[in-house]
Design a binder for this molecule. Sequence first.
Ligand code: DX5
Ligand code: ZN
Length: 224
Amino acid sequence: MGMQISPSILSADFANLQAEVARISTADWVHVDVMDGHFVPNLTLGLPVVERIAQVAPMPVDAHLMIENPDHWAPRYAEAGAASVTFHYEAASNPLAIAQDLRALGARASVALKPGTPVDAVIDDLKHFDMVLVMTVEPGFGGQAFMPDMLPKVSALRDAARAADLDLWIQTDGGIARDTIEQTAAAGCDVFVAGSAVYGAADPAAEVDALRHLAASASAHPYE
Ligand code: DX5
Ligand code: ZN
């Protein structure tokens, strides 16, 4: 599949979302951060907005649910048109049942790990997921500093996926920019969320291409 860039519209102009999505025409996905003010101390948007973004966006929606009770809500986002739905392991009662529900609805099933959650939480269950999101900041806000000590988690997941011959995507989210994407790609990440780095650029579509190029070059020299 190669290196994929999923710009986060958390750093976009919320009054002009359709136009903001059009500014990232080169992106593989559009990353939509759903926050409920409970699982994280911030509140963004929910189902009706995701549904409209999925209708107007030229690229598929990568929904990142930072919400309580994903057992109930995650499948609703697949029904709303998100092609990939990521829920947080820490919030889930039955992660494998959620993954099964998402796949049954035709969505990619993805589980996210907060910085304090070890990979042991999911490492024996990787075949049930299409992607694992390793958070490289504490979830809740854009523009935070990248946490390089999360990279061993990326490497451990990539090793486990390779050993089991799984086509598992590994995503990172938080502080991804030109100065952090190469080490992250070298660790085994292949799907990169970038909010402020993309929407803070003069030409967001060109920045997506620049980030993808850096990731592709770095992944040619993997960590092992
Ligand atoms: C944070 C969100 C991220 C955020 C990333 O909780 O999940 O998607 O938008 O923003 P940057 O790339 O600015 O760190
Ligand atoms: Zn996110």
